[in-house]
Design a protein around this ligand. Sequence first.
Ligand code: HAM
Length: 421
Amino acid sequence: MEITAPRGTRDIMFEEARLWQRAEEALRQLADLYGYSEIRTPIFEHTELFVRGVGEATDIVEKEMYTFSDRGGRSITLRPENTAPVMRAFVEHNMGAKAQPTKLFYFGPMFRYERPQAGRFRQFHQMGIEYTGSASPMADAEVIRFSLDYFKMLGIKQVKVHLNSIGCPDCRPRYKEALKDAYRPNLESLCESCKKRFEVNPLRLLDCKSPECRAIVPDPPEVEDFLCGDCLEHFTKLKGCLKALGVEYVKDPRLVRGLDYYTKTTFEFTSEGLGSQDAIGGGGRYDGLVQEVGGAPTPSVGVACGMERLITVARAQGGLEVDSAKPVAYLAGLGEAGTAKAMELAFKLREDGLAAEFDTIGRSLKAQMKYADKLGARFVAIIGDEEIAKGVAVVKDMAEGNQLEVRFDDLAQHVQRAVRP
Ligand code: HAM
């Protein structure tokens, strides 16, 4: 029986893989401009990191993690996200002792056992940045603006920025109580997950997608009315910074996000044309996470974007284009000696940094010509016994349509002149 890729995973190949390379290059370029350095954390971590970091009562920890015991009996989890791992590394390597802030970026696969659908996978990729060691709303604004600059580099237009503040451990309990008061009279009519949320994570009542639940409490109390002085000032200043940076946003009082570490700012980016999975990225401030994973209190803010979704939108909007890699020269060998010479010459060209291809599956000359055309080779050099005797190749210029004899020793120079004048 044929073995296929596991459900919720996919192969990225050929032209699409080149698009991914482009997107990664763009990220590195932008990260250099903004002063973020790369961090590559392990694909798996101790399960405890996510239980503590992301939060026991979140969907991710409750039902979406790929968790297993390794042969040493340790509980290991494939990372469902990378903020907790990056903060684990921040603490482990005592990055807080260096001049602050610490600005890191990453790119890599994440794993969540979710129900696969368009734009939702079990192995997916995120690019993300984490800005650690600053409590200023300017840091929040930078993270948001970085994301928008990145979308622009990928040719993605019309991104909607949703913004909210969910307060801090000082002011949030009061808001949670107010929410519970609003939902309590109709508790029995709520969906099963909302009933649970009511008990364990009342903020999540706000992002239930069920129209029935939404109709039950159409106007829940708004968090902004409950923010403490510090959180309110942060939110007001952030809005000012975004205005100064030309960032348009919509205030979304329901935006609580599905990870427990957020404090104050939360935000999400959506784009049209993706269907129900329209969030291309999201993030927020998480001032308590570093402490949660064993470090000193360190205010931080960050974002992560789903690469599959970004690439889908970028392709649909024609922003990301790539041309496939084409060989400069195709060495077409005739007969045993010609074939051997073709191989030798192809490697000589490659040594000179010129992409060259030759036949290894015994194609006829006609089939080789056809194949060279399919590959898009600019030159085809034909080598048979007669050419070997003369020390030349018959070089066809597929763009100009001409043909001439070129000495083996001059071949590199000949094709080079044409492609890099
Ligand atoms: P998140 O909202 O869970 O946040 O994920 C960020 C983005 O990853 C989503 O907006 C979406 O584009 C993409 N994504 C999530 N799950 C999937 C999936 N199953 N398939 C495809 N794409 C997916 C975080 O992960 C936080 N760590 C973000 C952050 C960084 N907060 C602060 N710093």
